[in-house]
Design a protein. Structure first.
Length: 263
């Protein structure tokens, strides 16, 4: 297989998967928009008015601003996971994934197309949530760390898009996909310090929270937005990057093995 034909297949599959969710904006963008307007209204404005501010990194941060990065993470990773898992499972369910499997594309480019499209959706939804949040609170651009913000955004969306590929291959029915998103991904995020500082937790819950990878994702994006973090952002980025490489390698190995793709 030539390099040109391989890249053509990758671009074609990526384009198809991206257009699939862009052509359905009511399913892709309206739900996270409405959900996060409610989050910011209830948790940010109403509850935030009672909480006032959160102490983090030696600063007093308005509560609504403090939860903004966590909500961005929640929306970004949930949509990245959902997109790739749905694409894989739907292709298996309707047997049109065989068209990609019988193409001259390598397994690595095939997996990359599904991961890139899922990460793209996650990034777009994350950006949408950040824009929604800007209508409820003010982000001081002087405190933004662009490198960390972009790096964490890319890593976490690619990571969860990769995990979504595993989910799409593993799922036997639609309920499995719903279960993974609603009962595994979202609870981990909510217990990952989205709505509270883990420093406020008593022992041993504070120490146990450090076992939750979402803590590092939420704090990494929070550091990119606000310049404050309860964990070392450089170490977090390195660990999450290593996890991403490992899961991507697993995706390619599963495709090469035919796991979930053949009877």
């Amino acid at each position: 297989m030539s390099l040109v034909s391989g890249l053509t297949g990758f671009k074609t599959l990526t384009k198809r998967e991206i257009l699939r969710f862009l052509r359905r904006p009511r399913n892709t963008f309206v739900p996270p928009f409405v959900t996060n307007v409610l989050y910011f209204s209830v948790f940010g404005v109403i509850l935030g008015g009672r909480v006032g501010s959160v102490r983090a990194g030696g600063q007093s941060i308005p509560y609504i601003l403090y939860i903004l990065p966590g909500l961005v993470v929640l929306g970004a990773i949930a949509n990245a996971f959902e997109n790739s898992s749905f694409s894989i499972f739907h292709g298996r369910w309707n047997e049109y994934i065989e068209e990609a499997l019988t193409s001259p594309m390598s397994y690595s480019r095939m997996v990359a197309a599904y991961i890139v499209s899922g990460a793209t959706r996650g990034l777009l939804v994350g950006a949408l949530i950040a824009v929604v949040g800007a209508f409820f609170t003010h982000v001081d651009l002087a405190g933004v760390r662009p490198f960390y913000l972009v790096a964490f955004a890319l890593v976490i969306t690619v990571l969860f898009s990769s995990i979504g590929v595993v989910g799409g291959l593993w799922a036997d029915d639609w309920d499995n996909l719903t279960m993974m998103n609603q009962f595994i991904v979202r609870p981990l995020v909510f217990f990952g310090g989205v709505f509270y500082s883990i420093r406020e937790l008593p022992s041993p819950y504070q120490e146990l929270s450090l076992l939750n990878p979402m803590v590092y994702m939420v704090n990494g994006v929070r550091y990119g937005f606000l310049g404050v973090s309860e964990v070392d952002p450089t170490v977090s980025l390195a660990v999450l990057s290593a996890m991403t490489v490992a899961v991507v390698a697993l995706d390619v190995a599963l495709f090469r093995r035919g796991y979930g793709l053949t009877d």
